[in-house]
Design a binder for this molecule. Structure first.
Ligand code: KG4
Ligand code: ZN
Length: 350
């Protein structure tokens, strides 16, 4: 059994393959980060055109790296939402053509479920397997944090998710990206904030939006507080003043921002997981690459924590192949009328 997964929902063109045991055979990613960096964010039109150029060579490279033949593929999984419409269409149309050419089923995958199942991909040394035995018997709390999403979701059984909470405004990754911009750091901002926050001095903390009584999040207040503090420290607006500001001041503010975002994400996730009597917590999505977030969650959680290796945290085809495998086993198939759903959600609000 071999499933091929295609991911083009945002600014990464990626194709991955997993076998029937969930081992990743290949995971090729063509990132457009450099293409969009000059604009300070993703330009949808540019993204979809780049996917058109990249999808075929990325797919061929994935087949080559996996060492399999096209005829070994049993199904094609593809992200059909949420994401940018033009980008999703590129991957979906390519997948339809591919599944038809090799005569295998097409399986539409929810990108957010894909992120969760990134934690199910087998590598030689990950310890996430302990979680897999619980599925269907115990609940698993999943925190999905990416550039476009911040969702707290309960995995009740394979393919069955319950949405507990989400962001009311900016996504966690979006907040990192916007704060980085205020600090004059490069896009994408998450890795940059992490980099400069290392060894930074501790300054007066920034506010935390607890959204008491809910499992929701909010990052717009933190974003505004960061902007206001940057102004008072002379970091923003950029221009002449930027040159005069000491790097340690920028680093201190980056750290204060990161501390606040991490504290809220970790505290609320742990509280919800304990309350729901979960067997463990899974942390996924691009922001799960953040070292402070990973370490703080592991430190503060009384439950086992599973975090996929870095390459399966940010957008990738292997996680879509993995989710495709789970859906294949659940008997789910899609037809040629499958359309993209840019606002697709995960689970249902309770
Ligand atoms: O999952 P992803 O690759 O794409 C989306 O589906 O959005 O997530 C990208 C987001 C960006 O906002 C990026 O700044 C953030 O993940 N990110 C990080 C780190 N690495 C990537 N945020 C904080 N710390 C990091 N180390
Ligand atoms: Zn994503």
């Amino acid at each position: 059994m071999i499933i091929l997964g295609i991911e083009t929902s945002c600014d990464e063109t990626s194709v991955g393959l997993v076998d029937g045991d969930g081992f990743a055979l290949a995971n090729v990613v063509a990132t457009q980060v450099d293409v969009h960096a000059r604009y300070g964010g993703i330009v949808p039109e540019v993204a979809s055109r780049q996917h058109v150029l990249d999808i075929r060579p990325v797919c061929e490279q994935a087949i080559l790296e996996s060492g399999i033949d096209w005829s070994d593929i049993d199904a094609v999984g593809v992200t059909y939402g949420p994401g940018l419409a033009g980008s999703l269409i590129t991957g979906l149309n390519f997948s339809k053509a591919l599944s038809s050419a090799i005569g295998v089923p097409l399986i539409g995958v929810n990108h957010l479920e894909g992120h969760v199942y990134g934690a199910w991909i087998r590598t030689q040394k990950n310890d996430l397997q302990t979680f897999q035995q619980y599925v269907g018997e115990k609940l698993i709390m999943c925190l999905i944090v990416s550039g476009g999403h911040t969702e707290l979701v309960l995995l009740e059984d394979h393919g069955r998710f319950r949405l507990l909470g989400e962001t009311r405004d900016d996504a966690a990754g979006e907040a990192f990206d916007k704060a980085a911009r205020v600090l004059g750091l490069r896009y994408p901002g998450g890795p940059e904030i992490q980099r400069v926050a290392q060894n930074a001095p501790t300054i007066e903390s920034l506010p935390r939006a607890w959204m008491k009584g809910t499992d929701d999040f909010s990052f717009s207040g933190l974003k505004t507080a960061t902007l206001n503090r940057a102004r008072s420290l002379g970091i923003y607006p950029q221009g002449n003043s930027l040159k005069e500001v000491d790097d340690t001041i920028i680093a201190g503010l980056a750290k204060a921002f990161q501390d606040s975002a991490v504290d809220v994400l970790v505290t609320k996730t742990v509280e919800a997981a304990v309350r729901e009597d979960c067997a463990g917590i899974v942390l996924v999505g691009g922001v799960a690459a953040n070292k402070a977030l990973r370490e703080t969650l592991v430190k503060k959680s009384p439950l086992p924590v599973g975090i996929p290796p870095f390459e399966f945290c940010t957008d990738n085809g292997a996680m879509i192949a993995m989710a495709g495998l789970i859906n294949y086993r659940l008997g789910r198939r899609d037809q040629w009328d499958l359309d993209v759903t840019p606002n697709l959600r995960i689970g249902s609000v309770i």
